[in-house]
Design a protein around this ligand. Structure first.
Ligand code: 9MG
Length: 258
């Protein structure tokens, strides 16, 4: 899954895709580089960020979705109105970082349209989520949360076979929480739904490797995605599609070797 942030303030790409033409070109390049889908988002979820209005989010994503019509696209939004428009324009998956807690109408939009849904774990909200997050057992608590949100989504009429789960690396987690989640990802895979993993260029990688610039964190991104594959993840949300596809191709061939 390639990441196309149509935002001015993304920590991970410095806003390089804020202009629609740049976002469209990036999305096309990611698909050419081997992404199975591109995730288009118009609201930043980086730590400390504030939300944007429905109108502004639509203004950002609609031209990109229009230009990518006919290609596999996911919409990264927590807003029912934005999801509805994106699905009309052909989006096949709704990536909701609030796991249906942000907008009471979003579950209905997803249920009616029959598209795929990603439910992600987040402790708190982007503005405050990195203020001293604590867990007794981060894996058990994330698993319990995802199980509860999965049951909620199914209860709202969304087909279970259409739902994937995501531990929300970096969303209300310390470096150690992120590492423990990656190390014990098999416990989340045991929930029985496909797992999405999003480590791409995130700050915990920079803290471990001394890379302050997000775009210098490709090796860390690749390493974590290979580990996540080995522990049961099947969707890898990344900015750097070509090196990730190459690494995952080799890693998955190795896992399949007799
Ligand atoms: C929007 N977004 C930013 N990081 C993410 C992650 O790790 N997973 C998902 N599903 N979405 C994310």
């Amino acid at each position: 899954m390639g990441v196309v942030n149509v935002t001015p303030d993304s920590f991970s790409d410095g806003g390089v895709n804020f202009r629609a033409e740049d976002a469209i070109a990036s999305g096309r390049r990611m698909l050419d580089d081997g992404a199975s889908i591109v995730d288009v988002g118009g609201e930043s979820t980086r730590p400390g960020s504030d939300g944007v209005s429905v109108d502004e989010e639509l203004r950002r994503v609609v031209p990109v979705l229009e230009a990518l019509a006919g290609r596999p696209v996911s919409i990264d939004t927590a807003k029912a109105e934005v999801a509805r428009r994106a699905l009309q324009l052909g989006a096949e998956l709704v990536n909701d970082v609030t796991a249906l807690r942000g907008d009471p109408d979003l579950a209905g939009v997803v249920a009616e349209s029959g598209v795929y849904l990603c439910l992600m774990h987040m402790r708190g909200e982007p503005r405050t989520m990195q203020d001293d997050p604590r867990y007794d057992d981060v894996v058990a608590e994330v698993a319990a949360f995802l199980e509860e949100r999965l049951a909620f989504a199914v209860d709202q009429g969304i087909a279970e076979e259409r739902i994937c789960l995501d531990p929300g690396i970096g969303f209300g987690k310390t470096v150690e929480h992120n590492l423990v989640l990656l190390k014990r990802l098999d416990e989340l895979a045991a929930l029985g739904r496909p797992l999405v993993i999003g480590t791409s260029r995130k700050s915990f990688l920079g803290k471990l490797t001394g890379r302050p610039q997000a775009r210098e964190r490709v090796s860390g991104t690749v390493a974590t995605n290979v580990m996540a594959l080995e522990r049961g993840a099947s969707v890898f949300r990344v900015h750097d599609v070509a090196p990730t596809v190459e690494a995952l191709t080799v890693a998955s061939a190795t896992l399949r070797a007799p």
